[in-house]
Design a binder for this molecule. Structure first.
Ligand code: MD3
Ligand code: FE
Length: 216
């Protein structure tokens, strides 16, 4: 006889709902990884990772770059999306086709059909890098979801509430996991705990997170 811990509708590999509009898709990016890594190198070559400064004057622990029509930036003047990379004055590298395909397929899997991101923020973590609790609210339309793809070293994601002081759930994310956030969960506080030093077979001592957004 077969073990019957999970019904067909909730296999461990499928969609895990962590909120009414938030879903973890375990391993969903794995079939795309062979194409994602060279595409990521192209993006890095066109727009190098850099540590942005917050409006309060603190240097961010995460290193960032962008691809797509719009890129998220921060400086002493504030947070915003911009068409030009302030480091070079050039447009951000184009969104690689495999990035677009993965973002759209992930959103559809979570029930958000027709997602067309115009921005992809690429976050680079090393051991010790953290991302403190924040909301993503610089996008024009909160109706569109955000798709997040984890690559490389594992991380513990903090999934909070609608006030910074709300208790946050801890969600482990590993290489290949995708999370989709939309609807009522779109404005939740979230962050990432300091990364542990657990080198990854393909990416070494790095974690890369891609977040796809409809910013403009
Ligand atoms: C929950 N990045 O770039 S992605 C970010 O792993 C960011 O690098 C984290 O938060 C990372 O802004 C987490 C997951 C994520 C992205 C957007 C969200 C979670 C979210 C928007 C609303 C709620
Ligand atoms: Fe965020």
């Amino acid at each position: 006889m077969t073990l019957d811990l999970f019904s067909d509708a909730e296999l461990p590999r499928g969609k895990e709902a962590i909120g009414p509009g938030a879903f973890v898709l375990r391993g969903f990016a794995l079939p795309f990884v062979n194409d994602l890594l060279p595409a990521l190198q192209e993006v890095e070559q066109g727009a190098a990772f850099r540590h942005l400064v917050t409006p309060g004057g603190l240097t961010m622990s995460v290193a960032m770059t962008n691809c797509g029509r719009l890129g998220w930036i921060s400086d002493r003047r504030g947070y915003r999306y911009a068409e030009l990379d302030p480091e070079t004055g050039r447009p951000w590298p184009p969104m690689p086709a495999v990035f677009e395909r993965l973002a759209q397929a992930s959103a559809a899997e979570a029930g958000f059909e027709g997602f067309e991101p115009d921005a992809c923020l690429v976050n680079h973590y090393e051991p010790g890098t953290r991302l403190s609790l924040h909301q993503d609210k610089d996008e024009r339309d909160y109706g569109a979801p955000i798709v997040s793809v984890s690559l490389g070293m594992p991380a513990t994601f903090l999934f909070g509430g609608f006030a910074r002081s709300d208790k946050a759930a801890r969600i482990p994310l590993v290489h290949g996991d995708v999370v989709v956030w939309g609807g009522p969960d779109r404005l939740r506080y979230h962050g990432v705990l300091p990364l542990e030093d657990r080198p990854h077979a393909l990416l070494g001592r790095r974690r890369i997170n891609l977040t796809f957004r409809k910013a403009g």
